[in-house]
Design a protein around this ligand. Structure first.
Ligand SMILES: Nc1nc2c(ncn2[C@@H]2O[C@H](COP(=O)(O)OP(=O)(O)OP(=O)(O)O)[C@@H](O)[C@H]2O)c(=O)[nH]1
Ligand SMILES: [Mg+2]
Length: 333
């Protein structure tokens, strides 16, 4: 297989590795609103479900059994999960014993502190400086947001002065390849793709191309799959093994992309993908479309993995590293 440049409207020959590159870069439009504002806007539904209702409870002005019971029910019905709910209630009770929580503001800030304590261990930003190329593989169920997250990540890393190469490892659907190529064009980065065939081979080629060109980061897309589709889970395990063959120290990051809308189901997905491909980090997408953002607390307690990035919209700048305090602030704002 060899690499060729393909003009935009020229179809790639069957089975051949192709590379696209941008012909006419256009100036990127700067974001009009800050990330803080987008995070705040993105969490509106979860805030209404969780933060807003908590505020109503706190207006009682004391931490008593009635408040604890109502809070427990609210947390359990907001995807927080039983273990994280217990942690938060115990933590709040301990704080109430130590400090005087006699105003709604004091109770709210105590619970916010408890939630920040719960989420803080998940805040572990990705350090891509340890390897070149730094190989990041993305996996997840159908429609979780893998391909669009790759586009956003490409933009994010480029803004930090890193060079990026995309590997179109979703060879399952032609449209998937085209989607990634479109993202690559928008970000002015090369995409290594194959007209058909083996996803592992595409990723293998991409790693060699990246090494030859001294590219900083390889982002490898994969086709969506359910953990119950055993043959597809085996396929993705193979992609991981082949990456390791191409680069013994890789993959340096295995990101599981989770759609926040799935709520508690996220826990099962983390466990299943972890078993197959050894997940090292999470991307939590679509927080803007859901009231189920509370699932982040359940993840922290039941299957803690670093949340590398969160997504709060479809725009290219709507994906950023997870910062526990900012998240909690936006929830209670
Ligand atoms: N609102 C919102 N939409 C998002 C976000 N992230 C992804 N999406 C949308 O979710 C849809 C699916 O995203 P894709 O990136 O194609 O998902 P995928 O995991 O690659 O899907 P498959 O390749 O089919 O498995 C698209 O319409 C995205 O624009 C987000 O953070 N917020
Ligand atoms: Mg995709």
């Amino acid at each position: 297989m060899f690499t060729i440049f393909r003009k935009k409207d020229q179809p790639a020959p069957q089975g051949e590795t192709v590379e696209t590159s941008t012909v006419t870069p256009t100036a990127a439009t700067p974001p009009v609103v800050s990330w803080r504002e987008r995070l705040f806007g993105g969490l509106a539904r979860t805030r209404a479900q969780l933060g807003g209702r908590m505020k109503a409870l706190f207006s009682r002005g004391k931490v008593d059994d009635e408040l604890l019971e109502a809070l427990e029910e609210l947390l359990l019905t907001s995807d927080v999960g039983i273990e994280a709910t217990r942690f938060l209630l115990d933590n709040l009770k301990a704080r109430a014993k130590k400090e005087k929580l006699e105003t709604p503001e004091a109770i709210q800030s105590a619970l916010a502190a408890a939630l920040t304590e719960l989420l803080a261990p998940l805040e572990q930003p990705l350090d891509v400086s340890q390897h070149q190329p730094y190989i990041i593989m993305l996996a997840g169920v159908n429609g979780a947001g893998k391909t669009t997250s790759i586009g956003k990540l490409a933009r994010y890393f480029q803004a930090q002065g890193k060079s990026v190469l995309l590997a179109a490892g979703d060879t399952f659907r032609a449209a998937a390849r085209e989607q990634l190529i479109a993202w690559g064009e928008r970000n002015h980065v090369a995409v290594i793709a194959q007209e058909s065939g083996d996803p592992a081979a595409v990723v293998f080629d991409a790693i060699h191309a990246a090494r030859a060109r001294k590219i900083d980061i390889v982002l490898a897309d994969t086709a969506g799959r359910l953990p119950t589709q055993l043959n597809l889970m085996e396929e993705i395990a193979k992609v991981r093994r082949v990456i390791q063959k191409a680069e013994a120290s890789g993959p340096h990051e295995v990101l599981l992309v989770l759609d926040a809308n799935i709520g508690q189901n996220a826990l099962a997905q983390v466990k299943a993908f972890d078993q197959a491909i050894h997940v090292t980090g999470l991307v939590l997408t679509k927080l803007d479309g859901t009231a189920r953002g509370g699932v982040i607390a359940a993840i922290a307690r039941q299957c803690p993995k670093p949340i590398r990035f969160i997504g709060v919209g479809e725009g290219i700048d709507d994906l950023r590293p997870f910062v526990a305090k900012d998240f909690v602030d936006a929830l209670f704002a």
